[in-house]
Design a protein around this ligand. Structure first.
Ligand SMILES: Cc1cc2nc3c(=O)[nH]c(=O)nc-3n(C[C@H](O)[C@H](O)[C@H](O)COP(=O)(O)OP(=O)(O)OC[C@H]3O[C@@H](n4cnc5c(N)ncnc54)[C@H](O)[C@@H]3O)c2cc1C
Length: 254
């Protein structure tokens, strides 16, 4: 199967690259290892886009703007302006909090409207440079899939494609490898009571105490209410483990 462009990874970066190209009549395919697009934005439990605007002024245009507007229209998105980062209270950013389930549908609609071919549950394995472009080797539940294209975009967020092609990639600094975070969704919360608890400073006291007693490894405990629900996405704290070591990472997440 031959395409003008293959995008490896269907996170927000990959989806936006694909629909922008497809809207200009480029034949595009996405290879995504999961059964849904959006990557971290839909699958990890994240429910807010940081820096979605700047001091209330829009900074995104085109498809990004369309996605934000659709979230707002469907009451599945809400702006919060100049919220402090939980990691550093002096840094304040505008945020758009959203329902990841609705974001999945919006991305899917844009992909099909723009005729992007998505290969779900398909894991990228390797890429080769050819005279006319690239070949991609992937697999779907043990079944090999071979695709070719003129252009290739690495949107895996781990430089997997660039690495496979022998490109020079910048390794992460050893201090940065411990940033994996535990995120989960808490349901059926009285969000008003939770907000009062946060505003009163009681949450900071709990976080400081847990940090001092060594129960958590970083002072991050961020709640993002999910619009249209009684749920919140909770971004706990750094696990302080090397995410590349499966055993260490699993221990850190427990
Ligand atoms: C813990 C954490 C918290 C964050 N919090 C926030 C936040 O609150 N707000 C915010 O705005 N940003 C946040 N970010 C940053 C944000 O998640 C990233 O900037 C964003 O997800 C990057 O999008 P992406 O499409 O490049 O990558 P990703 O979302 O990582 O997407 C990569 C895609 O590639 C696919 N893929 C990977 N390998 C393969 C393979 N071999 N074969 C096929 N598919 C593959 C994955 O399944 C995934 O769908 C956070 C990041 C992390 C890690």
């Amino acid at each position: 199967m031959n395409f003008d462009l293959i995008v490896i990874g269907g996170g927000t970066a990959g989806v936006l690259a694909a629909i922008k190209a497809a809207s200009k009549k480029v034949e595009v395919a996405i290879v995504e290892q999961h059964s849904v697009c959006g990557g971290n934005a839909t699958l990890s439990g994240l429910a807010e886009f940081n820096a979605a605007s700047f001091l209330k002024k829009p900074i995104y245009h085109g498809f990004e703007k369309q996605i934000f507007e659709k979230l707002l229209e469907q009451k599945a998105g809400k702006y919060y302006y100049q919220l402090p980062m939980s990691s550093d209270k002096d840094i304040k950013v505008d945020r758009l909090r959203y329902n990841p389930e609705i974001l999945k549908l919006i991305l899917e609609e844009l992909l099909s409207k723009n005729n992007v071919q998505v290969y779900y549950n398909t894991t990228f394995e390797s890429a080769k440079k050819t005279e006319s472009g690239f070949t991609v080797q992937a697999e779907n539940f043990g079944h090999p899939l071979r695709l070719s294209s003129k252009y290739l975009i690495d949107a895996t967020s781990n430089s997997l494609v660039a690495d496979s092609l022998g490109c020079q990639v910048q390794p992460m600094h050893s201090n940065d490898i411990t940033v994996s975070t535990q995120i989960f969704r808490l349901s059926n919360i009285d969000l008003r009571t939770l907000q009062d608890f946060i505003d009163s400073g009681a949450l900071s006291a709990v976080v400081n105490q847990a940090f001092d007693e060594g129960i958590i490894k970083g002072k991050i405990l961020a709640f993002a209410p999910i619009p249209g629900t009684m749920d919140a996405s909770v971004n706990v704290t750094r696990t302080n483990t090397d995410y590349r070591d499966a055993q260490q990472l699993s221990e850190g997440l427990r």
